[in-house]
Ligand binder design. Structure first.
Ligand SMILES: [Zn+2]
Length: 91
């Protein structure tokens, strides 16, 4: 059954259902979900979840008893601290 999503509350664009990848963070714990049904704005890409999906994501993120796979993720601080040529905005 497909959920009907309201128009985007940011830009008013049409929101269509897609399977998306979600980076879900609770505190320091990041969980990545794949194939999550969500409404995605065709104009700005904003994602919307139904209440059931949002609740399921939270429960699954807190449940440490099952994991499909573990990946390592590079973490970088912004701005870069290494010396590099400064970015100029002049052409
Ligand atoms: Zn939008």
């Amino acid at each position: 059954m497909k959920h009907e999503y309201a128009d985007c509350s940011f830009c008013g664009g049409k929101v269509i259902e897609k399977k998306v990848k979600v980076d879900y963070r609770i505190g320091e714990n990041l969980t990545i979900f794949e194939n999550v049904p969500a409404g995605v704005c065709r104009q700005c890409g904003e994602k919307y979840f139904t209440a059931q999906v949002a609740k399921a994501l939270e429960q699954m993120a807190r449940d440490k008893s099952f994991v499909d796979k573990i990946i390592s993720v590079p973490v970088k601080s912004f701005p870069l601290k290494r010396s590099q040529s400064p970015i100029t905005l002049k052409g």
